[in-house]
Ligand binder design. Sequence first.
Ligand SMILES: *Cc1c(COP(=O)(O)O)cnc(C)c1O
Length: 368
Amino acid sequence: MIPFLDMKSVYAELKPELDAAYARVMESGWYVLGKEVEAFEAEYAAFCGTKHCIGVGNGLEALEIVLRAWNVGPGDEVIVPSNTYIATWLAVTAVGAKVVPVEPTLGGPNIDPERLAAAITPRTRAIMPVHLYGEPADMDSIMAIATRQGLKVIEDVAQAQGSKVRGRRAGALGQAGAHSFFPTKNIGAFGDGGAVTTDDPAVADRLRALRNYGSRVKYVNIERGFNSRLDEMQAAFLRVKLKHLDRWNEQRRAVAARYNDRLAGIPGLVLPRAPQWAEPVWHLYVVQTARRTELVQALDKAGIGSLIHYPIPPHLQQAYADLELPKGTFPLAENLAETVLSLPMGPHLKLEAIDQVADVVRRTLAAG
Ligand SMILES: *Cc1c(COP(=O)(O)O)cnc(C)c1O
């Protein structure tokens, strides 16, 4: 049996540190917005290379709260990828703004800067690139367009903590970065969590109020805010895990390299290929094949987990039926939805397991 993602090995590896963090928080008697959150925010900002980090409840709220802090709302347009997890779109529509979806580049999962430039209108306020599967979007091109047009850029870093573009970390490339610490992410909490990174002190200040009922001073509410706070326990766990993130991402890189080697030259199988300037962190290892159903069945039978990220693009979800974007509107995203398959990936995946997965893939696609 090879699970899609091995969640238990992290606890096994870090048990003494995590248990100590647990005890420290339990004994402190303080559980929301305290010393652990403050320390994690400082450490995570330093890791990303930003001046500020604001811990929030989850990744979706990190995206939404930034749009709120920028006063993006009804009448405004936000450019999003057509190929993404639905959370990216949900943040935009939650503030009452309009999503303007843009197709990915031909060879990759991420938003195409050329198409993005063509989608800008006088109502465009912000661009929300996603670093999907841990592969950074083309931020040099996106930032050049945004600067020229006076637009703000918020990176969706949920799948790409630690990734870099020419040595600079995701989350420090736009005006703000939204991070998720959902347990399966490259740095995950043991529950929900999220954060915003930014260099802008005024936005950071407003986000700190917005996440806490719009309040800076207890019981004084300067605006209508959220309750979206990272808690002390999750922050304490994240401080432990942050120390290992670069090493784990390194291990993911080794897994991807092994897959690339073992899966090379299989007819009908497209392997992921990151651009030269990108340093991906392999949140997922996503292959493409027209014979996906067959392959999933074969993997299943061999006891190997696989998942589809994502089977239905946001514009075809019932949740967005009112936007009236029928099948055929975004053919590249639709094609990806029909052909992508994520193979087991994680820092604790053994080389023998990778070889086993590759054997099944090769045997299945070589036959028939
Ligand atoms: C996980 C994820 C989110 C949302 O994060 P949550 O913490 O689950 O709210 C947003 N965008 C992308 C691309 C994600 O993968």
